[in-house]
Ligand binder design. Structure first.
Ligand code: NAD
Length: 289
């Protein structure tokens, strides 16, 4: 592994049709709408593209207008079978939750919601700023509930009641690392929200979560060279020892690998996935050396 160059290992390749999981599903049609939050970057962007490539109309939302434009441009480049429409919105604002779901409903039948947006903040428990804790809670836990609350009536209102809420959790929803209390609590909570929706689901409505280790998104890759310098170690050592030390798979996932889990989770092949977690962490939380 150490013979690869830094550039190669952190590079996120442009998503091509070959990277995307295509599922033959009657509900993956342009009349049906999938809301994707955090769709201006990383995992959310890849999820929007994969859902649109599978024929869905995607309402891509993010606070980052430029990021959303890039997502739309990538969808055009991919010549997706469905479509990508955008709504710039701040998930810390309830009125924006209404706007997101209203905009989605104006595009067709809202059946799918991917709660992906998130932020990170590093501080010890005794130093953790409560404003930051509140912001993380609002974006990563309160907004997913609020959007689910507004989306579920649309799903229940369809002729067959089929639809799903997919929540982007993390290995930090299973076990925790130091200095990430806001993130850890949000991700544990998100799994609780997932199971709560599942408990009230059935008859077509499902919820699931996705837990991964490190994924090559700007959020993660931008900090690697700095961490290497701070610790006086190589970039390869940061990836293998600091980030993937407890994973048996010594490469980070690409965003599209996670997007494909959303596609599968939303599809009829996942009819029995309700409240469950797609834990794709390279063995990180289930094994140790
Ligand atoms: P990212 O920074 O690339 O994307 C996050 C997106 O959320 C950004 O586009 C950002 O603008 C948006 N966002 C932030 N605050 C917002 C707000 N107030 N309103 C609306 N949008 C807002 O990060 P990513 O790595 O793609 O993370 C996506 C999700 O995946 C997060 O929930 C993260 O916790 C989770 N996750 C990431 C990793 C990883 O290694 N990258 C691993 C496990 C879980």
């Amino acid at each position: 592994m150490t013979d690869s160059t830094t550039h190669e290992r952190l590079q996120v390749a442009e998503i091509t049709a070959d990277d995307i999981l295509f599922v033959d599903d009657d509900h993956f049609a342009t009349k049906n709408v999938c809301i994707v939050t955090g769709a201006g970057s990383g995992i959310g962007q890849a999820t929007a593209l994969a859902a649109a490539a599978n024929g869905l109309t995607v309402l891509a939302t993010d606070i980052d207008a430029d990021g959303l434009q890039a997502t739309q441009a990538k969808a055009d480049d991919l010549d997706v079978a469905g479509g990508v429409e955008t709504t710039v919105a701040d998930l810390t604002t309830d009125a924006d939750h209404d706007r997101i779901v209203d905009d989605a409903a104006a595009l067709g039948t809202v059946r799918y919601l991917a709660n992906v947006a998130g932020i990170q903040h590093i501080d010890a428990v005794e130093d953790f700023p409560m404003e930051k804790y509140d912001q993380m809670h609002e974006i990563m836990l309160r907004a997913p509930l609020s959007l689910a609350k507004r989306t579920i009536p649309h799903i229940r209102g369809t002729e067959d009641g089929v639809g799903a809420v997919g929540n982007m959790a993390s290995v930090h929803g299973h076990y925790v690392t130091a200095d990430k209390v806001g993130y850890n609590v949000s991700k544990f909570g998100l799994r609780g929200l997932t199971q709560s929706i599942a408990a009230e689901g059935g008859n077509g409505l499902r919820a699931f979560s996705i837990s991964t280790g490190y994924v090559k998104t700007p959020l993660v890759t931008d900090q690697i060279p700095d961490t290497a310098e701070q610790r006086g170690i190589s970039v390869d050592e940061v990836i293998e020892d600091v980030m993937l030390g407890q994973s048996r798979v010594k490469e980070m996932m690409d965003p599209v690998d996670v997007a494909n889990l959303f596609v599968f989770g939303f599809s009829s092949h996942a009819d029995h996935l309700n409240g469950g977690d797609l834990c794709f962490d390279g063995g990180m939380t289930l094994t140790y050396e």
